[in-house]
Design a protein around this ligand. Structure first.
Ligand code: G6P
Length: 754
């Protein structure tokens, strides 16, 4: 059956449901009304005949009395004959005072005595069946009491009239039914089609963009109130579905890959970020060194790309990067389960200065981190930021093999890319993840290009933050600065006809598998190696901090806490070493430069104060460390200290937990890092509170082994379950649902247009 036929059948079915009861009501009305009408008519005519009889009696009274007195029978008969000529009059009889019939017209029944006639009238039995037809009998006294007149009227004409009115009534009801049915069908057709169109507009979103994130086009006004309810119900169903997809099934690289192949039908994945996962640097000997950058983003996204394959577009920042790419600026990144392509984007020094150092790291970075460093916004930086974002977006479009790839946009360097890609690939599924915190609307409002940035980000299909708190801040920011419709309950922002789903996806790491952890050095060996390298005594306890050398990481606060610890607990002197790895980062910026100098001076002061011959309490290792070196350090540590002043998530703490398969070691964690919302068994501190942090450090390095084991075991269960495949998986599952809906809607649209 075609859609049109199906629609017509549905319409008819609906109309019959209304019309059949209507017909039943009309038949019932006729059935009840006809006898009532008959009875009423009879009563009216009887009354009419009685009145006519009265008139006749009055008119004849004198003449009859005269004829009676004179005994003139011939006159009597003449009078009766004339009166009986009336078409409805059947017969006339005259009774004298004694009740004897003394005169009668020709048709008057011989058997009808005066007494019987009166008895009938008094009993209300005025209808007589005689001579093959119904008659009406009435008795009228004559003036002067000379006698009574008995009149018999023919009722046959009433029967005829009653039949006529019955016929008319039935015809009227049938006509009424017919007209009502026609009007109903007409109105129902019109409004049904209107409603169907409206509901389709509501569900089918007859928009022009094919990615399915348009909100309903113009709706008939009577459907507007329904629209919200309907959408809300759909969202509820989606939310329920999402909740039912809880964490019970473990997320692994295999599951993520299977998800891509099934739910996302093997669609192409294009990741785009500023930082590349692999840097090729030219060594002093002229050889090429391969470096993995110190970046939470790379730590998280690389396992996902290894699982999904696809292409990763990033800035080629290494000194030997150009030598390693093919003619299309691509290089294969091996390892993991699958190889993936790295497509490098080249930036001039000027571009890097304006876009990366300037707008991203002097503007957005301090803007989003509440670390009390003032953001700097320059127009020239903004121009460079826009131009470079366009370059990245163009590269995404050039890499796309279909019109609807899955594009993973990473971080604050590329806030404009989602809208730029959406413009060229309206059907792409764009998942943007903001790796750093999102501030409150007031803080964000100081950015002169706040609206442009928000509009750029809202080109995304899904926009992810680490925590609900950051999502809320973002929704409030959009509410404050853009004309947007926000469904807080479902976390959906609609600007114009585009929808973006805002959700929290706490990022994580890939939980090491057995092969990987089997290759790690033993914990004792790691301690020995670290102690030897740093010249520490055999019984020295080790606390570590591993960060990029960044002012948001709370490195100064941490060293202050170490100093306070040594003041409060001199028993640690000579026995506790604090090792701070600080990977060089953004050193070209004055703010970083100044900060790094301040840290170095602080370390020198604390070491001068508490150090002694052959011993120093703080070891600042301001150089790049590779993964193996970090694993060794984590395994050697009694405590790992993360004291970020503000951090989206912080993956160092999760890496430390993953490295401790011996279930030892204590994590001290800032409450201002997103990770504090998940890792409750850490010692949570306020890094601005030096006493509290020093006490937590003391507690960490003196904690009993059973307590360490208990806490660490619980932390490990948490990180293993909430791993990076779950992070990516949840986003992709949401994207899969979104795409499925978009495709079904597109199909429906095509179907309707045919
Ligand atoms: C943070 C940002 C990442 C960035 C990383 C390293 O984690 O969220 O996007 O890659 O810092 O910073 P860098 O400037 O060296 O890339």
């Amino acid at each position: 059956m075609t859609t049109a036929l199906r629609t017509m059948a549905t319409t008819l079915r609906l109309q019959l449901r209304f019309l059949l009861p209507l017909l039943a009501v009309l038949v019932l009305a006729a059935w009840v009304a006809v006898p009532i009408l008959d009875r009423l008519q009879l009563r009216w005519f009887a009354r009419d005949l009685d009145a006519r009889g009265e008139l006749v009696a009055n008119a004849l009274s004198d003449s009859l009395a005269e004829a009676l007195r004179s005994g003139d029978r011939a006159r009597l008969e003449r009078l009766f004959g004339r009166t009986a000529l009336d078409e409805r009059m059947y017969a006339i009889g005259l009774c004298d005072r004694a009740g004897t019939v003394v005169g009668r017209s020709e048709a008057y029944p011989a058997a009808l005595e005066c007494t019987e006639a009166r008895a009938r009238v008094e009993a209300g039995r005025q209808r007589l069946e005689m001579f093959g037809g119904p008659l009406h009998i009435s008795v009228h006294p004559l003036r002067g009491g000379v006698g009574e007149l008995v009149l018999l009227h023919d009722l046959a004409f009433i029967e005829h009239r009653s039949q006529d009115s019955r016929r008319l009534l039935v015809l009227f009801l049938a006509g009424l039914g017919f007209v009502l049915a026609l009007v109903t069908i007409g109105v129902a057709q019109l409004s049904f089609h209107g409603w169907v169109r409206g509901v389709r507009a509501l569900l089918g979103r007859d928009g022009d963009a094919g990615n399915g994130n348009d909100i309903a086009a113009v709706l008939p006004p009577e459907l507007e109130p329904l629209a919200d309810d309907l959408r809300a119900r759909l969202r509820d169903l989606e939310d329920e579905y999402r909740r039912s997809q809880g964490p019970e099934v473990a997320w692994t690289a295999e599951r993520l890959r299977a998800l891509l192949l099934t739910q996302l039908r093997g669609d192409q994945v294009i990741c785009v970020s500023n930082r590349e996962p692999l840097i090729h640097d030219r060594g002093a000997d002229g050889g090429v060194l391969v470096k993995r950058p110190a970046s939470g983003l790379v730590t998280a996204v690389e396992p996902v790309m290894q699982a999904c394959s696809g292409t990763w577009i990033a800035h080629g920042s290494g000194s030997a990067d150009r030598d390693m790419v093919d003619a299309d600026d691509r290089v294969v990144v091996p390892g993991g389960q699958q190889d993936y392509w790295l497509r490098r984007i080249w930036l001039t020094e000027e571009e890097e200065k304006g876009y990366y150092y300037g707008f991203a790291n002097e503007g957005l970075w301090p803007l989003c981190h509440v670390a009390h460093v003032r953001p700097v916004f320059r127009r020239s930086d903004w121009e460079a930021y826009k131009a470079v974002n366009q370059r990245f977006a163009d590269a995404v479009v050039a890499e796309a093999r279909s019109e609807d790839p899955i594009v993973l946009v990473q971080d604050y360097h590329l806030a404009l890319v989602p809208a730029m890609v959406r413009e060229k690939l309206p059907q792409a599924t764009i998942l943007t993840f903001w790796h750093i915190p999102w501030p409150n609307p007031e803080s964000f409002g100081i950015c002169p290009w706040r609206r442009e940035l928000l509009r750029g980000m809202l080109g995304s299909t899904i926009l992810g933050f680490h925590t609900r708190f950051h999502c809320r801040n973002f929704l409030e920011t959009v509410d404050r600065y853009l004309e947007a419709r926000i469904e807080h309950e479902h976390s959906i922002i609609s600007v114009g006809r585009k929808e973006t789903y805002v959700e929290s996806y706490p990022i994580s790491i890939a939980w090491p598998d057995e092969t990987e952890s089997a290759a790690w050095p033993a914990v004792a060996a790691s301690r020995e190696a670290v102690r030897a390298r740093l010249g520490l005594p055999e019984d020295a306890r080790i606390a570590v901090g591993v960060d990029r050398f960044d002012y948001t990481k709370g490195i100064i606060e941490r060293i202050n806490a170490v100093e306070r610890l040594l003041e409060k607990h001199p028993e640690h002197l000579g026995r506790l070493a604090f090792v701070q790895v600080a990977s060089p980062t953004r050193s070209e910026l004055d703010e970083y430069h100044g900060f790094q100098d301040r840290v170095k001076a602080l370390v020198a002061r604390v070491n001068a104060r508490f150090g002694r011959e052959g011993w120093q309490p703080v070891h600042l290792l301001a150089e790049h460390h590779d993964h193996a070196q970090l694993i060794e350090l984590y395994r050697a540590a009694d405590a790992c200290v993360v004291t970020s002043l503000h951090d989206g998530m912080n993956l160092v703490c999760k890496e430390f937990v993953a490295a401790r398969d011996d279930e030892r070691g204590v994590l001290v964690l800032s409450r201002f890092a997103g990770a504090a919302r998940e890792l409750h068994e850490a010692l949570i501190v306020n890094p601005y509170d030096v006493e509290e942090t020093a006490d937590a450090l003391h507690r960490a390095v003196t904690m009993s082994e059973p307590e360490q084991r208990e806490r660490m075991a619980s932390l490990r269960t948490n990180v293993a379950e909430f791993n990076v495949f779950r992070w990516a998986g949840r986003m992709l599952v949401d994207a899969g649902r979104w795409r499925l809906r978009a495709r079904v809607e597109a199909r429906l649209r095509r179907h309707r247009q045919r």
